[in-house]
Design a protein around this ligand. Structure first.
Ligand code: MLT
Length: 402
């Protein structure tokens, strides 16, 4: 039996697993250290009361024969798909149909799995630095990957690829840099994709953190995007669902892809919506009923208000971190419309050197920029998802150790 050798081309650990391993080793050596994690973007605030109430209610339904639910629809329950259509799209003047929404257990799975619909000889472009899932999932399929550097010099706005690419992954607000694209900048990408017959996989997992009006929450705010873009959403950061698990992907019916030349089929294009539906029905048994009821609750007025309060809480951290780090002499990016702060390492330290310095001197965990790609070298990422207390404490410690 032979393994898929593409797996041997991956780095031995997934980035966040690697960091967790290093932190575990540090804690074993220094059991007395009070380590503060501003590394992986995991939330710290409890679920909104409206969400908790919905979870209890759904659990009670599961306890009675009359209201018990077994397998749900692979695509998600209508109550949630309709709420998404209404609140995330129609409210912004975007026309998306419920059968273009596919509810999932989160954006990580969907951004990792969606590439299965493409042939292995498709060329994929990713921004650099980048969320490692896009790269690793394409390496597993032996695809050719083109990187688009996003650096301080180009204002973290990627230039168009030099060669033809079939797919471009864009994530805005960006993980890891915390930077954004304006409507104009995103429009240029949509126009580019339409002109070159490329697809955009748009990860909008952090859209709830946008503060400024000229920054699009969805790629479908741009005319023509429904012909060329698939969009991924997550409740993980929006509503603290990293443990609950729920997200969704929008696959417009207009998004078509070239069909492999085949004598069996006459058509030359095929709808990704149908293919994704087929894939999900085969490999996915739906997101839990409880998670979907919990997600639905964030669209009711009190739920909306409660999750906004928590988002504001995290963005207060981001504002504080930007200011404190700048006052300490660091150059920082992001953190105004995103929960991530991208920090230039001091004294030409490498990302991993600075990671070690933060861990060993300040007992603070960050994410080394180099883990997100070569253009991330010389940076680290800090998340705003800590508690106020820990964020303030971490900043004080960094300041005192400089
Ligand atoms: C991150 O820290 O980049 C995210 O939490 C990872 C994820 O969402 O999977």
């Amino acid at each position: 039996m032979q393994i898929n050798e593409c797996f041997l081309k991956l780095s031995s650990n997934y980035l966040f697993a690697d960091i967790a391993k290093r932190v575990k080793a540090f804690k074993a050596e220094h059991p007395e250290a009070d380590v503060i994690s501003l590394g992986i973007g995991d939330v710290t605030q409890p679920l909104a009361p409206a969400v908790v109430e919905a979870l209890h209610k759904a659990a009670d339904e599961m306890a009675s024969c009359a209201t018990f639910r077994g397998y749900g629809p692979e695509q998600g329950y209508d109550f949630l798909r309709n709420a998404i259509v209404e609140h995330d799209f129609r409210a912004r003047g975007i026309n998306v149909a419920a059968d273009e929404i596919f509810v999932s257990d989160g954006a990580k799975s969907d951004t990792g799995n969606f590439q299965e619909l493409l042939s292995s000889d498709c060329v994929v472009a990713v921004t650099d630095p980048v969320y490692p899932v896009y790269v690793d999932s394409n390496v597993m399929t032996a695809r050719c990957i083109v990187t688009l550097p996003c650096t301080a010099e180009n204002g973290f706005v990627p230039a168009f690829p030099q060669e033809h690419v079939d797919v471009i992954y864009l994530c805005y607000p960006n993980n890891p840099t915390g930077t954004t694209l304006t409507k104009e900048q995103l429009k240029a990408w949509v126009d580019y994709a339409l002109a070159t017959d490329a697809l955009i996989f748009y990860d909008a997992a952090y859209e709830a953190f946008i503060r400024h009006d000229d920054i699009p929450h969805s790629i479908y705010e741009i005319p023509g995007a429904k012909q060329c873009a698939v969009e991924f959403h997550s409740y993980s950061k929006t509503a603290g669902f990293t443990g609950v698990r729920c997200g969704y992907t929008v696959v417009p019916k207009e998004v078509k892809s070239e069909r492999m030349k085949s004598e069996v089929f006459n058509e030359t294009q095929y709808s990704l919506n149908q293919l994704w539906n087929r894939r999900q029905c085969t490999k996915f048994n739906g997101t839990s009923y409880l998670s979907q009821r919990a997600a639905e609750a964030i669209y009711a007025p009190e739920g909306k208000q409660q999750i906004q309060k928590t988002i504001n809480y995290y963005m207060q951290n981001a504002t504080l971190m930007r200011k404190a780090l700048t006052d300490m002499g660091f150059t920082v990016y992001g953190g105004t419309d995103a929960p991530y702060i991208w920090v230039k390492t001091p004294k030409c330290m490498s990302s991993w050197e600075f990671f070690d310095w933060m861990l060993y001197s300040a007992h603070v965990v960050c994410t080394p920029g180099a883990g997100f790609g070569s253009s991330g070298e010389g940076y680290v990422r800090l998340t705003a998802f800590g508690t106020h207390e820990n964020t303030e404490k971490a900043l004080r410690r960094i300041d005192s150790k400089l």
